[in-house]
Design a protein around this ligand. Structure first.
Ligand SMILES: Cc1cc2nc3c(=O)[nH]c(=O)nc-3n(C[C@H](O)[C@H](O)[C@H](O)COP(=O)(O)O)c2cc1C
Length: 188
């Protein structure tokens, strides 16, 4: 699949089933995605893969955050895909590359990873929510104080018949695109 086609046809998938990429394939795709722009090559991120029953541990943390009548529903959310890849932002502290640039590099990497997975037939969706700041979730994942959880890529294969239309209409960028006009040129 060429890059333009991949970008035009990737959709966030809400209903994901097996198969998901295995650990080795995920690691390979991550290495490829890590070629995304990254000022200072700081790689200010790490990923924690959650599969199988590990998802129930995470689901239990989701449930703790939810009101009593919603706990079962919240717990089940962690089962919405065979693989949950937790994205942890690990900014280099006090570095000459400011933190916002490190966050931008992490976002660039994540989108690249989603495109690569799509090009191999895997679906994904980036999800966040209030549980990002949950002490239980942070403890389960073993996060350090200076690390931030940026969400999970829910990964698997799109359940047949549940995908959104593949090709999306392109957005009108005309009001967001301009040319710099220098005064002397304007006078010509
Ligand atoms: C940082 C980030 C966090 C997101 N969090 C959620 C989320 O918690 N739940 C959700 O349904 N969509 C979330 N989204 C939006 C979806 O990932 C997705 O972009 C959206 O459903 C649009 O689908 P599309 O990618 O097919 O255009 C998030 C997107 C980003 C970039």
């Amino acid at each position: 699949m060429d890059l333009t086609t991949a970008m035009l046809t990737r959709r966030s998938e809400h209903h994901l089933v097996d198969p998901a990429p295995g650990d080795e394939e995920f690691a390979y795709l991550l290495k490829v995605a890590a070629t995304a722009p990254d000022h200072g090559l700081l790689r200010p991120w790490r990923w924690i893969l959650i599969r199988g029953d590990g998802r129930d541990e995470l689901g239990a943390c989701f449930a703790e955050e939810a009101p009593a009548e919603r706990r079962a529903q919240a717990a089940a959310k962690a089962r919405r895909a065979p693989l949950l890849a937790s994205l942890v932002f690990t900014p280099a502290q006090g570095h000459r590359v400011p933190e916002w640039e490190q966050l931008a590099a992490t976002s660039a990497l994540t989108h690249s990873l989603m495109l690569l997975m799509h090009s191999r037939g895997f679906g994904s969706i980036w999800r966040t929510g209030a549980s990002l700041r949950s002490p239980q979730v942070r403890q389960l994942l073993g996060l350090q104080d200076e690390e931030d959880l940026l969400g999970w890529l829910y990964i698997g294969t799109a359940k047949i018949g549940t995908s959104k239309p593949r090709r999306r209409p392109l957005c009108d960028v005309s009001s967001r695109l301009s040319r710099l006009s220098l005064p002397q040129q304007a006078a010509i």
